[in-house]
Write a protein of this length. Structure first.
Length: 78
């Protein structure tokens, strides 16, 4: 007979492992889609890509060309 605590720990470890693998798979698919669409300089193409950008800390930043910016009173406007 197997100790019930061992069974609970095995089930918990299986669930955590599945969750981690699932998160890694979603991140990999979203990154692949971003690469394929060359969309890092635009809005995220979908919900998964938005979530992965938020998770990894990558977002749409100030990527406009320097020529398109106008300097006014210490503030940069577009």
């Amino acid at each position: 007979m197997v100790d019930p605590m061992v069974v609970v720990m095995a089930i918990g470890l299986s669930l955590v492992t599945g969750l981690v693998i699932g998160i890694i798979a979603i991140v990999a698919l979203a990154v692949r889609r971003e690469d394929r669409l060359y969309s890092l300089t635009r809005q995220a193409p979908g919900v998964a890509a938005r979530g992965v950008r938020r998770l990894t800390g990558v977002g749409l930043r100030d990527v406009t060309p320097l020529v398109a910016r106008v300097q006014t009173a210490g503030r940069v406007t577009r």
